[in-house]
Design a protein around this ligand. Structure first.
Ligand code: ADP
Ligand SMILES: Cc1ncc(COP(=O)(O)OP(=O)(O)O)c(N)n1
Length: 279
């Protein structure tokens, strides 16, 4: 018996490995599986990491990163790329160069520091992120700490998110999603009980709001959101559509986050497959 099988859209993550499975490459591939695309990976660094923090990190040589990327893109092809932990200026610049030659939308999560405060990007790489990586992004997804690191703009209220967006857009990404997950709960508005993000290309503006969930187990929120956006783009969604569906997915994953180890547990990438998850 023979038949033609449907081929799912293919999404490539270029990121670091999180041994604890909550963030990084592991979060990206789980998200992609949950959202029905074929996930592939270029590993840039390996971290020894768990619910308590990052105990060690080792970069891969730039030629190993280039070789993984070429193997995937030249044979299998990609409909979207997502970048996460890139560790050093050399890796940031090599990845930006590879992306420039790839005809697919790119989600850049400019990962700087983990939730535990462990650095995942050398200070000396910040300028390469600004001048080489952000210009090739279809969507950049900085959190508020990354906005401050990259632009010097400190956001502590919703009204300042517009200023932050303009500062990031000045480096050249087509869209920016300013993630307000780190915004104080009462910032700038009455009843600030929402997790608010701002998506804009400088003229079109979308405010995304979800209930702010009182969960300690939020490890991997940023990686999960960025991978979900890339999955939507690979399926042919517009940027605002992909971001809206990704926000809904990450909110469900945070709501279903669970305790692992002695610290911050992961969000549940498989929440839609659990009873009541809707799959
Ligand atoms: N407690 C929370 N409840 C609901 N949504 C949240 C919560 N914390 C973060 N988010 C959402 O998760 C996504 C990732 O944001 P954030 O946690 O700021 O990123 P990062 O993991 O890069 O620090 C955003 O859509 C943000 O609004
Ligand atoms: C290997 C690796 N990459 C990225 C992160 C940061 O992930 P993020 O989704 O921002 O989640 P938190 O770590 O902030 O919870 C990471 N920790 N490890």
């Amino acid at each position: 018996m023979s038949g033609v099988r449907a081929v799912p859209p293919r999404v490539l993550t270029v990121a670091g490995s999180d041994s604890g499975g909550g963030a990084g490459i592991q979060a990206d591939l789980k998200t992609m599986l949950a959202l029905g695309v074929h996930g592939m990976s270029v590993i840039t660094a390996v971290t020894a990491q768990n619910s308590l923090g990052v105990q060690g990190a080792w970069e891969l040589p730039v030629e190993a990163v280039r070789a993984q990327y070429r193997s995937v893109v030249d044979d299998i092809g990609v409909q979207a790329v997502k970048t996460g932990m890139l560790a050093s200026a050399e890796l940031v610049e090599a990845v930006a160069e590879l992306i420039m030659d790839t005809d697919a939308p790119v989600v850049v999560d400019p990962v700087g520091v983990s939730k535990h405060g462990d650095s995942l990007l050398a200070e000396s790489a910040l300028d390469s992120v600004r001048t080489k990586l952000l210009p090739v992004a279809t969507v950049a997804t900085p959190n508020l700490d990354e906005v401050a690191q990259l632009t010097g703009v400190h956001v502590d209220s919703e009204s300042q998110m517009r200023r932050a967006a303009a500062a990031v857009l000045s480096y050249g990404p087509r869209w920016v999603l300013i993630k307000g997950g780190h915004l104080p709960a009462d910032a700038g508005r009455v009843g600030g009980d929402q997790a608010v993000d701002l998506l804009t290309d400088g003229s079109d503006e979308h405010w995304l709001r979800a209930p702010r969930l009182d969960s300690r187990h939020t490890h991997g929120t940023g990686c999960t959101l960025a991978s979900a956006i890339a999955s939507g783009l690979a399926k042919g969604q517009t940027v605002p559509e992909a971001v809206a569906t990704a926000k809904e997915y990450v909110t469900g994953a945070i709501a279903a986050g669970f305790p692992l180890g002695g610290g911050i547990g992961p969000v549940d990438h498989g929440w839609r497959f659990r009873p009541g998850g809707g799959a």
